[in-house]
Ligand binder design. Sequence first.
Ligand code: ATP
Ligand code: ZN
Length: 285
Amino acid sequence: MEKLKIAIQKSGRLSEKSLELLNECGIKLSNGDRKLRTEAKNFPMEILFLRDDDIPQYVEQGVADIGILGENEVWEKDKDVTIIEKLGFGSCRLSLAIPKDEEYTGLDYFEGKRIATSYPRILSKFFGVKGINVKIEEISGSVEIATGIGLADGIFDIVSTGSTLLMNGLKEVEVLVKSEAVLIANKNLSREKTELLEKLLFRIKAYKNGQGRKYILLNAPNEALPKIIELLPGMHSPSILPLADKGWSSVHSVINDDDFWEVIDELKMVGAEGILIIPIEKMIR
Ligand code: ATP
Ligand code: ZN
């Protein structure tokens, strides 16, 4: 039987979350320690631990069938792979930043300037389209110190909170792209591997659907039901079960985390009682 080979980051910001995602998909790894590769105990899968920079190339060549990495790396490497699914973690943005005392006048500010970055391809494409000439200094790390040491006039780098920029006397002036972790795949997978990928994807989606949602249970007088059904449409429509106490029902539904405090107030107003909010582990639509 063929095994689906998945490449994930060996050590870095995406490592833990990538392993956690596999775990949430019910895939157990053979041994906890991270060597170069390991196998899954209960799924035909082999896990390769690599530097994120190398993953697009390995997936393009079929050394790995699929991989998990930041979209930013996928764009930068520009290899012939398919982005299959956004994974909802590793969010960041790629931004231009300049010394904080400089006056920023818009993109034209960068005409003729030197910009340090580890993402030369994304950056030169961007300025190419805008017709602005910049000199790109490619460096592989510690980009945020480049202006301080006189290597560049500005930087183009990953930002998540902006605190690193502040610490280095920089201010973010343009957000060029937003990125998150994605699942990529080789373009010529065998039928067997494609089926395995479908299976994995089904599980990933079930996990993602459960994220950000809660199961809600409550009791309500029957006359309040029309209003409650309106407030809690759920996936299809809520389940309603009669209580032993005449004239009362129990309502079961699903709500978004974001809506929840707002909805709870309204539910109480129409007479709902005994409201329970329960986490959802997986959800199959
Ligand atoms: P590797 O050794 O695998 O090459 P790396 O140093 O290139 O690691 P990390 O810093 O671990 O990479 O970041 C991996 C990915 O995490 C980034 O490409 C990006 O998609 C995402 N990410 C999210 N937030 C941040 C952040 N604040 N800084 C850097 N990367 C972030
Ligand atoms: Zn890297």
